[in-house]
Ligand binder design. Structure first.
Ligand SMILES: [Fe+2]
Length: 276
């Protein structure tokens, strides 16, 4: 009996120490978001590995120039199975083609590519309501979205688009991981940064907040389970992505105005506190 007990204790100690298999550590649902400004990109992916992974980065010229490996933060996804890996790349120079690879334990993803646009004028793709799952025909929805992404990533019209601004309703059912898989499981999204507005279909979805790594996601304003208001600066243009699904009637802004005499002949202007 003691021998059986000892075996069970040993078994219980060993199992949690075992890394997940190579297949299980594989990366899935890779998504890139615009960062706080045009020099940043946010990456998120899922893996069954609970250990920090990494993103290896190169400049895509001949030969490729290795820039380094960036360690991921890790959090458990609400599905109870996968782990969310996040990396922010900073100080990216304009007009560069980059190559990246995701690594979890001993599993290396294929090499993927993304580019930064030139300085100055830029364009972006505006789209809305892919709402994967809405037709109740998953194959049809997935293939339609895949076709749209294919056009965005390869058609001449969109060649210089810096990112895809998605105006909400990404999925039909907020807690349906299959709908998020149909949305995100596309090779094209490994190279298209997105800016994602929270739609009413996903506003109450923690899953949305886990699959998208949005810049400056507010914990104070416009907050629902999916996230809050967020914003980013891109080549001197400030984008506000308002989460209008928060029905809080508190005013979002409290303007405060005051009139101060111009301090002719004074050594310093008077200071008057102004508290809204
Ligand atoms: Fe919709």
């Amino acid at each position: 009996m003691k021998r059986i007990l000892a075996f069970l204790i040993l078994f219980a100690l060993i199992i949690p120490l075992c890394p997940v298999s190579a297949v299980e550590a594989a990366q899935t649902d890779i998504a890139i978001s615009v960062g706080a400004d045009e020099t940043e990109r946010n990456f998120v992916w899922y893996s069954l590995s609970s250990q920090p992974g990494s993103l290896r980065l190169w400049i895509d010229w001949e030969p490729m120039e290795y820039l380094g490996a960036y360690s991921s933060t890790v959090a458990k996804a609400t599905d109870g199975e996968y782990f969310i890996h996040r990396v922010t790349l900073k100080n990216l120079l304009p007009e560069i083609d980059f190559v990246y690879q995701l690594v979890n334990e001993d599993v290396e993803s294929p090499l993927y590519r993304f580019s930064t646009p030139a300085l100055g004028d830029f364009s972006f793709v505006f789209a809305g309501d892919p709402q994967l799952g809405e037709s109740k025909d998953p194959t049809k929805d997935r293939e339609g979205w895949a076709l749209a992404l294919e056009r965005i990533s390869s058609h001449e019209v969109f060649r210089d688009a810096a990112f895809l601004l998605s105006a909400g309703d990404h999925v039909d059912e907020k807690n349906n991981e299959a709908h998020f898989d149909d949305l995100l499981h596309h090779e094209a999204l490994t190279g298209i940064p997105m800016a994602n507005v929270i739609g009413n279909h996903e506003a109450k979805s923690e899953i949305f907040s886990q699959h998208f790594f949005r810049p400056n996601d507010s914990a104070d304003y416009g907050v629902t389970k999916a996230g809050g208001d967020c914003y980013f600066l891109f080549h001197d243009v400030l984008f506000f992505l308002i989460n209008s699904n928060n029905k809080n009637t508190e005013p979002l802004w409290k303007p405060c105005l005051q009139s101060i005499p111009i301090p002719f002949g004074r050594s310093s202007p008077s200071t008057i506190p102004c508290t809204p």
